[in-house]
Design a protein around this ligand. Structure first.
Ligand code: NAP
Length: 248
């Protein structure tokens, strides 16, 4: 495989799908991971291929260690991974703290935090120059909710993203001298179906009044930042938490 390989967890829809399209335009071989959206993932692969790009879809539940390990082994068969975009995530329900359950928290943290960390572990095992790898770039998908606490009744989500930020800062210290650059992107209000949980676009358009730029962001705008973080143009950017939030 002459092209650089980029794995995007949760690449079938929303922000991940826009990263996949942009990465294919930048000559990456894109691995689009998904859990349930087989049709969306396959359509995305076909779209990319019809534009002359290179992509494959691989199903794996990134909240489960065994499935993450299988995903990385399947990618080993394709070639050497250059970039991991740990993007898969969920809000994990909407309810006040008084009604929060252990089951809900475990499901949420299994994907947003534990699965993300296990994906990074598998990537570092392959990328680290200390372990025989050729280096690489890792981008973690956090959220401005990590900094602001998010919205009422979704504070479990904000706390999971705060864990991602802390992980990013520490990981940067651990892997900075073994050829790996790691950063986190913190999107604000971005127009994707993740917001269906609390009323969809109609509701978030109203919330946009509280964004200094006065509008909802586009998934493409997050994708541009991710691709920049994977490029040589950001060669000294490491351990950064980068807001893509219209000033929110
Ligand atoms: P989305 O449109 O709901 O898409 C979520 C993606 O994650 C889908 O591709 C989904 O796959 C995948 N996914 C969910 N659980 C998974 C699992 N267990 N294993 C593998 N893939 C899984 O969400 P989005 O808005 O693009 O969000 C992407 C990331 O950005 C998330 O981490 C989110 O927290 C973060 N973020 C989003 C916003 C925003 O306003 N949209 C703001 C801040 C941060 P399936 O299609 O198979 O279900």
């Amino acid at each position: 495989m002459s092209k650089k390989i980029m794995l995007i967890t949760g690449g079938s829809r929303g922000i991940g799908a826009e990263i996949a399209k942009l990465a294919a335009n930048h000559n990456y071989h894109v691995v689009i991971n998904y859990t349930h959206s087989k049709d969306a993932a396959n359509i995305l692969v076909s779209d990319i291929q019809s534009q002359g790009g290179s992509a494959v879809a691989i199903q794996a539940d990134c909240s489960k260690e065994s499935e993450i390990e299988r995903l990385f082994k399947e990618i080993d068969q394709i070639g050497t991974m250059d970039c991991l975009i740990a993007n898969a995530g969920i809000i994990g329900g909407q309810n006040p703290i008084s009604q929060t359950t252990e089951k809900q928290l475990k499901e949420l943290f299994d994907i947003n935090v534990i699965g993300l960390i296990i994906c990074v572990r598998e990537a570092v095992k392959r990328m680290s120059t200390e372990l025989g790898g050729q280096g690489g770039k890792i981008v973690l998908m956090s959220s401005v909710a990590a900094r602001t606490g998010g919205i009422a009744q979704e504070i479990h989500y904000a706390s999971s993203k705060a864990a991602v930020d802390g992980f990013c800062l520490g990981l940067a210290k651990e892997v900075g001298n073994v050829g790996i650059r790691v950063n986190a992107v913190r999107p604000g209000l971005i127009g994707t179906s993740i917001h269906d949980l609390h009323g969809g676009m109609e509701v978030i358009q109203k919330w946009a009044a509280g964004v200094p730029m006065g509008r909802v962001g586009l998934p493409e705008e997050v994708a541009q930042t991710v691709l920049w973080l994977c490029s040589e143009a950001s060669s000294y950017v490491h351990g950064a938490l980068i807001d893509v939030s219209g000033g929110r």
